[in-house]
Design a protein around this ligand. Structure first.
Ligand code: GTP
Ligand code: MN
Ligand code: MN
Length: 583
C-alpha cells in the first residue's frame, strides 16, 4: 500500500524518468518564487517588460505565431469505451493514446527544468474544491497557474492529506503543430498535453481539469462542472441573489460577470459582485439548493474589445500585475489592442505595426490577472460552502427569433433550453452568415463525455427535496431590420436580471407562451432607457412559424445523440412542439 504522499512522489518520479529534465523544482506559490521566475523569463525573452510607470508589474508574452488558440481537432477524450466520449468529442483508445504521446514526452525535458505545480481548484478549505498537480517545463505556465489557481504549499498539503488529485503532464515540446496533442484520461484522472504553450492547452487546471475531467467527476459524484460565470446582484435592501450563466465563447460571460449598473440603479443602491467569469462548479446542498464555487482564482480574458466603455471593471483589474499574451504595444510601451484609444507601433508578433498584416493584437490575445484585482470582486468567492444559485441563465448570439428573455416552465424545460442553445455566425466571421451552431450549455468543446449522458445527468437533479434554481434563456444579440442590435445590452442587462429575480421572488407573474414565460406588460423596468416601444415588442415577440421550424431543428439535433438521448428530453421537445401547433 503506497501512502498518500508516495502517490504524488511516485508519479513525479515516473514523469521525470520519462522526460529526463536537468532539474526538478517543486513550486511553493510564493511571491519570491513568482518574482524570480519573472526575472528569469525577462532575461531569456519569454517575457517583455511593459511600461512600469503606467502598468506596474505588467509583462508581455509573445507566443509562437502557430500556437495561439485551443486546438479542438487535437483535443482527445480517451475513455476506455469509445461510446462514452460521444459524437461531441474526439476519441482515441487510452493505450494507443498513451503510447503516442509518451513517445513525444520521451526525453523532451533534457536540459530543461521540470516544474511541479500543486494547485487547488476552488477555495483551499472548501469540500467542493478539487486538487491537481501539473508538471510542466514552461515557466510561463507556472506564472499563469499562480494567477489562475490557488497554487503551491497549501494545495500540496491538501493533496498529501487526501491522496486524490488530477495528474497533468505538460511539455511545450518543439511547439510544432504536427507534434501536438491534448489528451484526457477521465478514468485515470489524468491529462497529457504536448507541443503547445497556449492557455487553454497548457494551463491544465482550466479547461482540461476544471471542465473536461471535472465534468466526469461531477457526473459520478452528483454535481455539475459548467462553462458559466457567477455573479451576485445586490438590491437596495441589501439582499443578494447569485446567478450562474452559460454563454459560448465570445458571447459576453466576462462582461456580464463585471456588469456596471445603469446610472439610475447605481443611485438607488444596486450593486454587482463578481465571483467568476468562466467556470462554475455547482453542488446540491443539504437544503436542496444548488451551491456554486468558482474553481479559478483569476481571469484569462479576451483583450480585444475590452475598454473603459465596454468593461471598466476589467480595465481597472488589468492596470497592474497582469500578464498579457499576444497584444500589441504603443510607442511608450503600453499594452494595446483593437478597441482601445491610441495607436500601436509594434504588433503581436513584434513586427512594426502595418495594417496590411491584419490586426495589431491577435484576435485571441488575452490577459491573465488575479480575480482579487477586480473592483467588484466578491469576498464570497472564498466561501467554502459556495453561494446559493437563484437562477441559471443560458444564452447565445441569435440575431433573430429568440426573445430578449424567457423563463423555462420547469427544470426539464430548462434542460431543453440549455441543450438547444446555439449561436449564429455573423458577417464579422468568414463563411456563411446566419448559420446556427448548436453548443449545448456552451459545453461543446468542454463536456468530457457523451452529451446524451450529460443531458441525463442534468435531468437527474430534479428529485424529491430539490429546490432548484429557475432557468432562463437570454438573447442580448437580437437584431432589427436595420441590422442593428435591438437591445442596448451591457449594463442595461441588469434590467433583465432584475426581472428574473422578481420572478424568483414571485413579485411578477410573467406571461405564459408555448416557448416559455416572458415578461408581462410593464414588468421589465425601462426607466431612463430610450427604447422605442416597437423595439421592445420585437424583442419579446413569439414568431410561431419560426418557432415551429426551430423546434424541428432542435429535434433533429437531439436525435444525433441517439441511443443515449434521454427519453424525457425527447418528450420535452415534443411537448413544446405540440404547444406551438396548438396556438
Ligand atoms: P470566453 O472567455 O472565451 O469563454 O468568452 P466570454 O463569454 O467571456 O466572452 P467575452 O465577454 O470576452 O465576449 C465579449 C464579446 O461579447 C464582445 O464582442 C462584446 O462586445 C460582446 N458583448 C458582451 N456583452 C454584450 C451585450 O450585452 N450586448 C452586445 N451587443 N454585445 C455584448
Ligand atoms: Mn471570458
Ligand atoms: Mn471560456
Amino acid at each position: 500500500m503506497t501512502s498518500k504522499l508516495e502517490a504524488l512522489t511516485q508519479w513525479v518520479d515516473q514523469a521525470a524518468a520519462l522526460t529526463r529534465p536537468a532539474r526538478i523544482h517543486w513550486c511553493d506559490g510564493s511571491q519570491d518564487e513568482y518574482q524570480s521566475l519573472v526575472q528569469q523569463m525577462l532575461a531569456d525573452g519569454t517575457l517583455i517588460e511593459l511600461n512600469q510607470t503606467t502598468h506596474p508589474g505588467c509583462y508581455l508574452h509573445r507566443s509562437d505565431p502557430k500556437d495561439v488558440a485551443r486546438v479542438e481537432h487535437l483535443t482527445l477524450v480517451c475513455h476506455p469505451n469509445r461510446e462514452d466520449a460521444g459524437p461531441n468529442n474526439h476519441w482515441m483508445d487510452p493505450a494507443e493514446a498513451h503510447a503516442k504521446i509518451d513517445a513525444l514526452f520521451d526525453g523532451c525535458m533534457e536540459g530543461r527544468t521540470m516544474y511541479v505545480i500543486p494547485y487547488c481548484m476552488g477555495p483551499i478549505d472548501s469540500p467542493l474544491a478539487r486538487c491537481g498537480v501539473e508538471i510542466t517545463d514552461s515557466p510561463y505556465v507556472v506564472a499563469n497557474m499562480r494567477i489562475m489557481t490557488r497554487m503551491g504549499a497549501a494545495a500540496q498539503a491538501r493533496i498529501e492529506r487526501e491522496g486524490t488529485f488530477v495528474k497533468g503532464l505538460h511539455s511545450i515540446g518543439e511547439l510544432d503543430p504536427e507534434r501536438r496533442w491534448i489528451m484526457h484520461f477521465p478514468a485515470e484522472l489524468s491529462i497529457k498535453s504536448y507541443g503547445s504553450g497556449y492557455g487553454g492547452n497548457a494551463l491544465l487546471g482550466k479547461k482540461c481539469h476544471a471542465l473536461r475531467i471535472a465534468s466526469n467527476q461531477a457526473r459520478t459524484e452528483g454535481w455539475l462542472a459548467e462553462h458559466m460565470l457567477i455573479v451576485g446582484i445586490e438590491n437596495p435592501r441589501g439582499e443578494t441573489h447569485y446567478v450562474a450563466a452559460a454563454f459560448p465563447s465570445a458571447c459576453g460571460k466576462t462582461n456580464l460577470s463585471m456588469l456596471i449598473p445603469p446610472e439610475g440603479y447605481r443611485r438607488d443602491g444596486w450593486k454587482v459582485w463578481t465571483i467568476g467569469d468562466d467556470i462554475c462548479w455547482m453542488h446540491p446542498g443539504a437544503d436542496g439548493r444548488l451551491y456554486a464555487i468558482n474553481p479559478e482564482a483569476g481571469f484569462f480574458g479576451v483583450a480585444p474589445g475590452t475598454s473603459d466603455a465596454t468593461n471598466h471593471n476589467a480595465m481597472q483589474s488589468i492596470s497592474h500585475d497582469t500578464i498579457f499574451t499576444n497584444v500589441a504595444v504603443t510607442a511608450d510601451n503600453q499594452p494595446w489592442w483593437e478597441g482601445l484609444p491610441g495607436t500601436p507601433v509594434t504588433d503581436w508578433q513584434g513586427r512594426p505595426y502595418d495594417p496590411a498584416n491584419g490586426p495589431a493584437a491577435h484576435p485571441n490575445s488575452r490577459f491573465t490577472v488575479s480575480a482579487k484585482q477586480c473592483p467588484t470582486w466578491s469576498a464570497q468567492s472564498e466561501a467554502a460552502q459556495g453561494v446559493p444559485i437563484s437562477a441559471i441563465v443560458f444564452g447565445g448570439r441569435r440575431p433573430s427569433l429568440l426573445p430578449l428573455v424567457m423563463e423555462a416552465r420547469d427544470w426539464n424545460h430548462g434542460v431543453l433550453m440549455g441543450a438547444a442553445m446555439g449561436s449564429e455566425t455573423t458577417a464579422a466571421a468568414t463563411g456563411a452568415v446566419g448559420v446556427l451552431r448548436r453548443d449545448s450549455m456552451a459545453m461543446k468543446p468542454f463536456c468530457g463525455y457523451h452529451y446524451g449522458d450529460y443531458f441525463a445527468h442534468w435531468l437527474s437533479f430534479d428529485r424529491p427535496g430539490a429546490k432548484l434554481p429557475k432557468v432562463f434563456h437570454v438573447n442580448w444579440f437580437r437584431k432589427g431590420a436595420d441590422g442593428k442590435f435591438l437591445w442596448p445590452g451591457f449594463g442595461d442587462n441588469l434590467r433583465v436580471l432584475e426581472w428574473m429575480i422578481d420572478r424568483v421572488e414571485g413579485r411578477v407573474g410573467g406571461v405564459e407562451t408555448p416557448i416559455g414565460i416572458l415578461p408581462g406588460e410593464g414588468e421589465l423596468k425601462l426607466d431612463g432607457l430610450k427604447l422605442e416601444p416597437a423595439k421592445l415588442d420585437e424583442l419579446l415577440d413569439v414568431d410561431q412559424a419560426g418557432w415551429q421550424a426551430e423546434l424541428a431543428a432542435i429535434g433533429e439535433y437531439l436525435a444525433s445523440f441517439t441511443p443515449r438521448l434521454p427519453e424525457q428530453l425527447a418528450r420535452e421537445q415534443q411537448r413544446v412542439a405540440q404547444a406551438l401547433q396548438g396556438e
